[in-house]
Design a protein around this ligand. Structure first.
Ligand SMILES: O=C(O)[C@H](O)COP(=O)(O)O
Length: 337
Protein backbone atom coordinates (compact mmCIF):
# COMPACT_ATOMS: atom_id res chain seq x y z
CA UNK A 1 0.00 0.00 0.00
CA UNK A 2 2.70 2.46 1.05
CA UNK A 3 4.76 1.55 -2.01
CA UNK A 4 1.78 2.19 -4.31
CA UNK A 5 1.21 5.63 -2.84
CA UNK A 6 4.93 6.22 -3.11
CA UNK A 7 5.06 5.34 -6.79
CA UNK A 8 2.00 7.42 -7.60
CA UNK A 9 3.43 10.40 -5.82
CA UNK A 10 6.87 9.89 -7.39
CA UNK A 11 5.19 9.87 -10.78
CA UNK A 12 3.51 13.22 -10.26
CA UNK A 13 6.54 14.86 -8.73
CA UNK A 14 8.77 13.36 -11.44
CA UNK A 15 6.65 15.02 -14.06
CA UNK A 16 7.66 18.31 -12.45
CA UNK A 17 11.33 17.42 -12.60
CA UNK A 18 11.78 16.63 -8.93
CA UNK A 19 13.80 13.52 -9.61
CA UNK A 20 16.41 12.55 -12.13
CA UNK A 21 15.34 8.98 -12.46
CA UNK A 22 13.90 6.25 -10.42
CA UNK A 23 17.09 5.13 -8.72
CA UNK A 24 16.03 4.63 -5.16
CA UNK A 25 16.50 2.11 -2.54
CA UNK A 26 13.99 0.83 -0.15
CA UNK A 27 15.41 0.97 3.30
CA UNK A 28 14.88 -1.94 5.56
CA UNK A 29 14.12 -1.66 9.25
CA UNK A 30 12.48 1.74 9.00
CA UNK A 31 9.63 3.27 7.16
CA UNK A 32 11.34 5.36 4.59
CA UNK A 33 12.09 4.92 0.94
CA UNK A 34 14.97 7.08 -0.14
CA UNK A 35 15.48 8.55 -3.52
CA UNK A 36 18.39 10.60 -4.69
CA UNK A 37 17.13 13.38 -6.83
CA UNK A 38 18.67 16.20 -8.73
CA UNK A 39 19.55 18.58 -5.99
CA UNK A 40 17.22 17.06 -3.45
CA UNK A 41 17.24 14.02 -1.31
CA UNK A 42 13.71 12.83 -1.01
CA UNK A 43 12.74 10.54 1.83
CA UNK A 44 9.37 8.92 1.75
CA UNK A 45 7.83 8.35 5.15
CA UNK A 46 5.27 5.66 4.83
CA UNK A 47 4.14 6.39 8.37
CA UNK A 48 2.49 9.64 7.37
CA UNK A 49 2.63 9.16 3.60
CA UNK A 50 4.83 12.14 3.01
CA UNK A 51 8.06 13.15 1.32
CA UNK A 52 10.84 14.88 3.14
CA UNK A 53 12.85 17.00 0.75
CA UNK A 54 16.35 17.80 1.89
CA UNK A 55 19.83 18.28 0.55
CA UNK A 56 21.35 15.82 -1.87
CA UNK A 57 24.99 14.82 -1.74
CA UNK A 58 25.55 16.28 -5.17
CA UNK A 59 23.74 19.19 -6.55
CA UNK A 60 23.44 21.66 -9.32
CA UNK A 61 22.88 25.32 -8.95
CA UNK A 62 23.52 28.31 -11.02
CA UNK A 63 24.52 31.85 -10.41
CA UNK A 64 25.56 34.95 -10.80
CA UNK A 65 26.81 38.33 -11.10
CA UNK A 66 30.09 40.01 -10.35
CA UNK A 67 30.71 41.19 -6.89
CA UNK A 68 31.55 44.71 -5.83
CA UNK A 69 34.58 44.90 -3.64
CA UNK A 70 34.15 46.62 -0.28
CA UNK A 71 37.01 48.98 -1.10
CA UNK A 72 36.72 49.36 -4.86
CA UNK A 73 33.12 49.81 -5.75
CA UNK A 74 32.60 47.88 -8.94
CA UNK A 75 29.59 49.53 -10.50
CA UNK A 76 29.49 47.32 -13.58
CA UNK A 77 26.65 45.00 -12.74
CA UNK A 78 26.41 42.30 -15.33
CA UNK A 79 23.46 40.88 -13.41
CA UNK A 80 21.28 43.53 -15.03
CA UNK A 81 22.52 42.52 -18.46
CA UNK A 82 22.21 38.84 -17.74
CA UNK A 83 18.52 39.19 -17.02
CA UNK A 84 18.54 36.45 -14.46
CA UNK A 85 18.30 36.36 -10.72
CA UNK A 86 18.66 33.87 -7.89
CA UNK A 87 15.94 32.97 -5.46
CA UNK A 88 16.98 31.10 -2.34
CA UNK A 89 14.29 29.64 -0.12
CA UNK A 90 15.10 28.32 3.31
CA UNK A 91 12.83 26.91 5.97
CA UNK A 92 13.93 28.00 9.44
CA UNK A 93 16.14 25.72 11.49
CA UNK A 94 14.65 23.48 14.16
CA UNK A 95 12.66 25.45 16.75
CA UNK A 96 12.12 24.60 20.41
CA UNK A 97 8.59 23.49 19.53
CA UNK A 98 9.73 21.41 16.55
CA UNK A 99 11.93 19.64 19.07
CA UNK A 100 8.96 19.07 21.39
CA UNK A 101 6.73 18.03 18.45
CA UNK A 102 4.20 20.77 19.16
CA UNK A 103 2.01 22.48 16.56
CA UNK A 104 3.56 25.92 16.30
CA UNK A 105 1.93 27.94 13.52
CA UNK A 106 2.09 31.63 14.35
CA UNK A 107 3.44 31.17 17.89
CA UNK A 108 6.80 32.95 17.98
CA UNK A 109 9.28 30.34 19.17
CA UNK A 110 13.09 30.58 18.86
CA UNK A 111 15.54 28.04 17.43
CA UNK A 112 17.13 25.19 19.32
CA UNK A 113 20.87 24.80 19.36
CA UNK A 114 20.44 22.28 16.54
CA UNK A 115 18.36 24.89 14.68
CA UNK A 116 21.17 27.41 15.10
CA UNK A 117 23.61 24.88 13.66
CA UNK A 118 21.27 24.13 10.76
CA UNK A 119 21.03 27.85 9.98
CA UNK A 120 24.83 28.18 10.04
CA UNK A 121 25.12 25.15 7.76
CA UNK A 122 22.53 26.64 5.40
CA UNK A 123 24.59 29.82 5.31
CA UNK A 124 27.72 27.87 4.37
CA UNK A 125 25.84 26.29 1.48
CA UNK A 126 24.89 29.63 0.02
CA UNK A 127 28.02 31.50 1.04
CA UNK A 128 29.13 32.03 -2.56
CA UNK A 129 25.79 33.15 -3.91
CA UNK A 130 25.26 36.89 -3.95
CA UNK A 131 22.21 38.06 -2.02
CA UNK A 132 20.80 41.56 -2.55
CA UNK A 133 17.70 41.46 -0.42
CA UNK A 134 16.33 39.15 2.25
CA UNK A 135 12.70 38.54 3.13
CA UNK A 136 11.71 36.82 6.33
CA UNK A 137 8.45 36.24 8.11
CA UNK A 138 7.66 38.26 11.20
CA UNK A 139 8.62 35.27 13.36
CA UNK A 140 11.90 35.02 15.24
CA UNK A 141 12.77 31.48 14.06
CA UNK A 142 12.85 32.63 10.43
CA UNK A 143 14.70 35.82 11.30
CA UNK A 144 17.32 34.00 13.37
CA UNK A 145 17.82 31.60 10.47
CA UNK A 146 18.32 34.40 7.96
CA UNK A 147 20.77 36.28 10.18
CA UNK A 148 22.81 33.23 11.16
CA UNK A 149 22.96 32.10 7.55
CA UNK A 150 24.13 35.49 6.29
CA UNK A 151 26.83 35.66 8.94
CA UNK A 152 28.49 32.81 6.99
CA UNK A 153 28.49 34.63 3.67
CA UNK A 154 31.91 35.15 2.16
CA UNK A 155 31.09 38.66 1.08
CA UNK A 156 30.49 39.71 4.69
CA UNK A 157 27.76 42.20 3.86
CA UNK A 158 25.74 43.10 6.94
CA UNK A 159 22.07 42.05 6.98
CA UNK A 160 20.06 44.95 8.41
CA UNK A 161 16.39 44.74 9.39
CA UNK A 162 14.38 47.44 7.64
CA UNK A 163 12.12 49.37 10.04
CA UNK A 164 9.40 51.04 8.04
CA UNK A 165 6.63 50.50 10.55
CA UNK A 166 6.43 54.20 11.40
CA UNK A 167 7.98 57.42 10.12
CA UNK A 168 9.95 57.65 13.32
CA UNK A 169 11.23 54.08 13.09
CA UNK A 170 12.23 54.79 9.50
CA UNK A 171 14.07 57.99 10.28
CA UNK A 172 15.71 56.69 13.47
CA UNK A 173 17.17 53.73 11.60
CA UNK A 174 18.70 55.92 8.87
CA UNK A 175 22.21 55.16 7.56
CA UNK A 176 24.27 58.17 6.49
CA UNK A 177 27.08 56.59 4.53
CA UNK A 178 26.57 55.43 0.96
CA UNK A 179 29.55 53.09 1.30
CA UNK A 180 28.09 51.52 4.45
CA UNK A 181 24.73 51.13 2.72
CA UNK A 182 26.42 49.30 -0.14
CA UNK A 183 27.88 46.87 2.32
CA UNK A 184 24.49 46.08 3.83
CA UNK A 185 21.67 43.79 2.80
CA UNK A 186 18.12 44.92 3.60
CA UNK A 187 16.10 42.40 5.57
CA UNK A 188 12.38 42.91 5.01
CA UNK A 189 10.02 41.24 7.45
CA UNK A 190 6.50 40.38 6.37
CA UNK A 191 3.78 38.67 8.40
CA UNK A 192 2.39 37.34 5.11
CA UNK A 193 5.33 34.89 5.04
CA UNK A 194 4.47 33.55 8.50
CA UNK A 195 3.72 29.90 9.08
CA UNK A 196 0.10 28.96 8.49
CA UNK A 197 -1.99 29.82 11.51
CA UNK A 198 -2.67 26.44 13.09
CA UNK A 199 -5.76 27.57 15.03
CA UNK A 200 -6.69 25.51 18.04
CA UNK A 201 -3.91 23.03 17.36
CA UNK A 202 -1.23 25.58 18.33
CA UNK A 203 0.64 24.34 21.39
CA UNK A 204 -0.78 20.79 21.15
CA UNK A 205 1.51 17.80 20.80
CA UNK A 206 1.30 16.33 17.29
CA UNK A 207 1.44 12.72 18.43
CA UNK A 208 -1.10 13.21 21.22
CA UNK A 209 -3.41 14.99 18.77
CA UNK A 210 -3.13 12.05 16.37
CA UNK A 211 -3.85 9.62 19.22
CA UNK A 212 -6.91 11.64 20.19
CA UNK A 213 -8.43 12.51 16.80
CA UNK A 214 -6.94 9.76 14.66
CA UNK A 215 -3.96 9.76 12.30
CA UNK A 216 -6.11 10.33 9.21
CA UNK A 217 -7.81 13.40 10.64
CA UNK A 218 -4.54 14.95 11.76
CA UNK A 219 -2.92 14.19 8.42
CA UNK A 220 -5.84 15.93 6.71
CA UNK A 221 -5.42 19.00 8.93
CA UNK A 222 -1.69 19.07 8.34
CA UNK A 223 -1.46 18.24 4.66
CA UNK A 224 -4.72 18.66 2.80
CA UNK A 225 -4.83 21.70 0.58
CA UNK A 226 -8.16 23.19 1.48
CA UNK A 227 -9.23 21.72 4.82
CA UNK A 228 -8.26 24.04 7.69
CA UNK A 229 -7.46 22.83 11.18
CA UNK A 230 -10.06 24.02 13.76
CA UNK A 231 -10.17 27.82 13.52
CA UNK A 232 -6.88 27.89 11.61
CA UNK A 233 -5.68 28.36 8.06
CA UNK A 234 -5.67 25.71 5.35
CA UNK A 235 -2.70 25.66 3.01
CA UNK A 236 -4.93 27.37 0.46
CA UNK A 237 -5.64 30.23 2.90
CA UNK A 238 -1.94 30.49 3.73
CA UNK A 239 -1.16 30.60 -0.01
CA UNK A 240 -3.61 33.45 -0.52
CA UNK A 241 -1.46 35.78 1.54
CA UNK A 242 2.02 34.26 1.05
CA UNK A 243 1.84 33.88 -2.74
CA UNK A 244 0.13 37.25 -3.12
CA UNK A 245 2.98 38.83 -1.17
CA UNK A 246 5.53 36.95 -3.27
CA UNK A 247 3.96 38.18 -6.51
CA UNK A 248 3.54 41.74 -5.36
CA UNK A 249 6.82 42.33 -3.55
CA UNK A 250 9.37 39.66 -4.38
CA UNK A 251 8.87 38.97 -8.08
CA UNK A 252 9.51 42.63 -8.99
CA UNK A 253 12.87 42.40 -7.19
CA UNK A 254 13.78 39.30 -9.21
CA UNK A 255 12.58 40.97 -12.40
CA UNK A 256 14.95 43.85 -11.72
CA UNK A 257 17.84 41.37 -11.45
CA UNK A 258 18.12 41.28 -7.66
CA UNK A 259 18.99 38.04 -5.93
CA UNK A 260 16.59 37.28 -3.12
CA UNK A 261 16.69 35.00 -0.11
CA UNK A 262 13.47 34.10 1.69
CA UNK A 263 13.66 32.60 5.17
CA UNK A 264 10.22 31.37 6.12
CA UNK A 265 8.27 28.27 7.14
CA UNK A 266 7.22 24.80 6.10
CA UNK A 267 3.77 25.79 4.88
CA UNK A 268 4.31 29.35 3.65
CA UNK A 269 7.20 27.98 1.57
CA UNK A 270 5.19 24.96 0.41
CA UNK A 271 2.59 27.35 -0.94
CA UNK A 272 5.25 29.42 -2.70
CA UNK A 273 6.90 26.30 -4.15
CA UNK A 274 3.48 25.15 -5.33
CA UNK A 275 3.26 28.41 -7.28
CA UNK A 276 6.85 28.29 -8.57
CA UNK A 277 6.71 24.65 -9.67
CA UNK A 278 3.06 24.74 -10.71
CA UNK A 279 2.17 21.84 -8.43
CA UNK A 280 -1.45 20.80 -8.22
CA UNK A 281 -3.35 20.71 -4.94
CA UNK A 282 -2.85 16.93 -5.00
CA UNK A 283 0.87 17.09 -5.65
CA UNK A 284 1.58 19.62 -2.90
CA UNK A 285 0.20 17.17 -0.32
CA UNK A 286 3.36 15.08 -0.74
CA UNK A 287 5.80 17.96 -0.52
CA UNK A 288 7.58 18.40 2.81
CA UNK A 289 10.50 20.68 3.53
CA UNK A 290 13.30 19.92 5.95
CA UNK A 291 14.42 22.56 8.40
CA UNK A 292 17.44 24.64 7.43
CA UNK A 293 17.97 23.37 3.89
CA UNK A 294 18.35 26.10 1.27
CA UNK A 295 16.69 25.57 -2.10
CA UNK A 296 17.73 27.49 -5.13
CA UNK A 297 15.76 28.75 -8.11
CA UNK A 298 16.92 30.73 -11.08
CA UNK A 299 14.51 33.31 -12.39
CA UNK A 300 15.09 33.86 -16.08
CA UNK A 301 12.87 35.22 -18.80
CA UNK A 302 9.89 35.20 -16.46
CA UNK A 303 10.35 31.53 -15.53
CA UNK A 304 11.49 29.84 -12.36
CA UNK A 305 13.94 26.97 -12.74
CA UNK A 306 14.68 24.85 -9.71
CA UNK A 307 18.35 24.10 -9.21
CA UNK A 308 18.25 22.17 -5.99
CA UNK A 309 20.11 22.79 -2.82
CA UNK A 310 23.53 24.38 -3.11
CA UNK A 311 26.26 22.32 -1.53
CA UNK A 312 29.56 23.46 -0.08
CA UNK A 313 31.53 26.19 -1.84
CA UNK A 314 34.20 23.76 -2.93
CA UNK A 315 31.74 21.90 -5.16
CA UNK A 316 32.63 23.01 -8.64
CA UNK A 317 29.27 21.76 -9.83
CA UNK A 318 27.50 24.50 -7.95
CA UNK A 319 28.96 27.03 -10.33
CA UNK A 320 28.60 25.15 -13.52
CA UNK A 321 25.27 26.52 -14.52
CA UNK A 322 25.89 30.07 -15.62
CA UNK A 323 28.86 32.09 -16.71
CA UNK A 324 27.89 34.81 -14.27
CA UNK A 325 28.06 32.50 -11.31
CA UNK A 326 31.50 31.31 -12.33
CA UNK A 327 32.59 34.94 -12.67
CA UNK A 328 31.17 35.83 -9.29
CA UNK A 329 32.97 32.93 -7.68
CA UNK A 330 36.22 33.88 -9.33
CA UNK A 331 35.95 37.43 -8.02
CA UNK A 332 35.20 36.19 -4.51
CA UNK A 333 38.26 33.97 -4.67
CA UNK A 334 40.42 36.89 -5.79
CA UNK A 335 39.07 39.19 -3.10
CA UNK A 336 39.23 36.88 -0.13
CA UNK A 337 42.17 34.61 -0.78
O1 LIG B 1 3.75 25.01 12.69
C1 LIG B 1 4.26 23.91 12.86
O2 LIG B 1 3.93 23.13 13.78
C2 LIG B 1 5.36 23.46 11.95
O3 LIG B 1 6.21 24.49 11.72
C3 LIG B 1 4.83 22.95 10.66
O4 LIG B 1 4.03 21.91 11.02
P1 LIG B 1 3.41 20.87 10.01
O5 LIG B 1 4.53 20.03 9.48
O6 LIG B 1 2.46 20.13 10.88
O7 LIG B 1 2.69 21.66 8.94
Amino acid sequence: MAATVFHQAIGTLQSHGYFNNSSFQQEHGNTSLRLMSKGFRVDYRSKNRSFIVSQASTSQTSMFSPISSPSKNNTTDSRKKSNEAALILVRHGESLWNEKNLFTGCVDVPLTRKGVEEAIEAGKRISNIPVDVIYTSALIRAQMTAMLAMAQHRHKKVPIVVHNESEQAKSWSGIFSEETKKQSIPVITAWQLNERMYGELQGLNKQETADRYGKEQVHEWRRSYDIPPPNGESLEMCAERAVAYFKEHIEPQLLSGKNVMIAAHGNSLRSIIMYLDKLTSQEVISLELSTGIPMLYIFKEGKFMRRGSPVGPTEAGVYAYTKNLALYRQKLDEMFQ
